[in-house]
Design a protein around this ligand. Structure first.
Ligand code: FMN
Length: 388
């Protein structure tokens, strides 16, 4: 396990150890502008020995937001993000941000026809009256790709150490990879080579803009977790293409927010809080009535993505970030033994930002997180936190 506390290099950036705080939506914004809580949250991670902390969901344009008051990358939010980057650096850590476009997962009522690879029913935002997506035209494809590249450059300019391109969890680039949402008949739909074309173009556009030395990580699904979705075999193909394209590190995850939201976390479903947080009466009612039937429960196991992630480990040489259920010294050891370069952690660090300090010292061997997943509900109640 000690090897995990030794330094790592991604791109031209030196990390003090193997640990990344993965993106977990913070909800620490005032009208979409990062607030002091967000800064303090990431500083606490840096002080807790996290080498690279990841700010979640940096929407690359106003249309990339899933809801109206979500943060997007523009001068006002960049001003606060610069403060955040400086504060994390002063605390001895490095900082990255997840660059995201929601695709059709939109409850943003400014946007009647959210963008997607194809025209599909918006099961995520239909309760907000946004029923169908618009299939992206070539002009949309160009504009969104430039939004990603410009956002990455803006973050580099204010001192961020890396960016993470979100290709997973059912957001726009994942909607391209997934045959269930990508019904295109042109060179962007059909075979996996075609479905991967746009996500890879976006990656290349970012790299061209920021230069090859600036680390660009990619968060990619191992699989979507449902029949008819993106598969592990397809993930092998995309990983190999990203390796050829010069991806600095691949963060492996899984799941599709509108269909298998707890596939990526496992454990409890905090249904009561989710109903209370519903944005409309209709949404609360639907969630109360159908929630227990439509939200599938997955049993939590430590290192729950390891078997799938090992398949990617065999297929590429590039730095791989293991993510999913790391919560103990033994879990860290196992991930290192399987040849992963970096380890991303979510809930164990929400539960206790000093988790890594205590694990290294040996004062604990395991996190006290119970995977009740109430932290998911707290995101929309003033900021993500552990309720224990
Ligand atoms: C409260 C909460 C919020 C999350 N928000 C995001 C997010 O904004 N973006 C993302 O890619 N993943 C998000 N995730 C998923 C985590 O990045 C991670 O994949 C998951 O928690 C499994 O890792 P863990 O077992 O170490 O917690 C979130 C998870 C939690 C618990």
């Amino acid at each position: 396990m000690n090897s995990a506390f030794q330094k790592r290099i991604i791109g031209s950036t030196i990390l003090k150890n193997a640990f990344i705080k993965t993106a977990t939506f913070e909800g620490m914004y005032d009208n979409g502008i990062p607030n002091q809580k967000l800064i303090d949250h990431h500083v606490s991670m840096a002080k807790g020995k996290v080498a690279l902390t990841t700010v979640s969901y940096g929407a690359v344009s106003p249309d990339a937001r899933t809801f109206k008051t979500q943060m997007y990358i523009h001068p006002e939010s960049l001003e606060k993000l610069k403060e955040l980057a400086d504060a994390v650096h002063n605390a001895g850590g490095k900082v990255s941000i997840q660059l995201t476009h929601c695709g059709y997962f939109s409850k943003n009522t400014d946007q009647k026809r959210p963008l997607a690879p194809s025209r599909v029913f918006n099961e995520y935002g239909c309760m907000s009256g946004i029923m169908f997506s618009k299939a992206m035209t070539s002009e949309d494809l160009r504009k969104v790709s430039d939004d990603f590249a410009n956002a990455a450059m803006a973050l580099k300019n204010i001192g961020f150490d890396a960016v993470e391109l979100h290709m997973g969890h059912g957001y726009l680039l994942s909607q391209f990879l997934c045959p269930w949402t990508n019904k295109r008949k042109d060179e962007y739909g059909g075979t996996i080579e075609n479905r991967a074309r746009y996500p890879l173009q976006v990656f290349n556009n970012i790299k061209d803009k920021v230069g090859k030395d600036f680390p660009v990580l990619v968060k990619l699904n191992l699989s979507d977790g449902f029949k008819g979705g993106f598969t592990l075999d397809e993930s092998v193909y995309v990983s190999q293409e990203l390796e050829k394209a010069g991806c600095d590190a691949l963060v492996l995850s899984g799941g599709f927010t509108s269909k298998t939201p707890f596939y990526l976390m496992r454990g409890g479903i905090p249904l009561k809080g989710m109903i209370q947080n519903g944005t409309s009466l209709a949404e609360k009612f639907t969630m109360a009535l159908f929630g227990p039937f439509i939200i599938k429960k997955y049993k939590f196991e430590p290192n729950f993505f390891l078997e799938q992630a090992k398949v990617i480990r065999k297929a590429v040489k590039m730095p791989l970030v293991y993510l999913g259920g790391v919560d103990s010294a033994q879990g860290i050891e196992e991930v290192m033994k399987e040849g992963f370069d970096l380890i991303a952690i979510g809930r164990a660090l929400i539960h206790d930002p000093d988790f890594l300090i205590k694990i290294e010292k040996g004062s604990i061997t395991k996190s006290g997180c119970t995977r009740c997943n109430q932290c998911v509900v707290e995101m929309d109640r003033g900021g993500v936190r552990c309720v224990l």
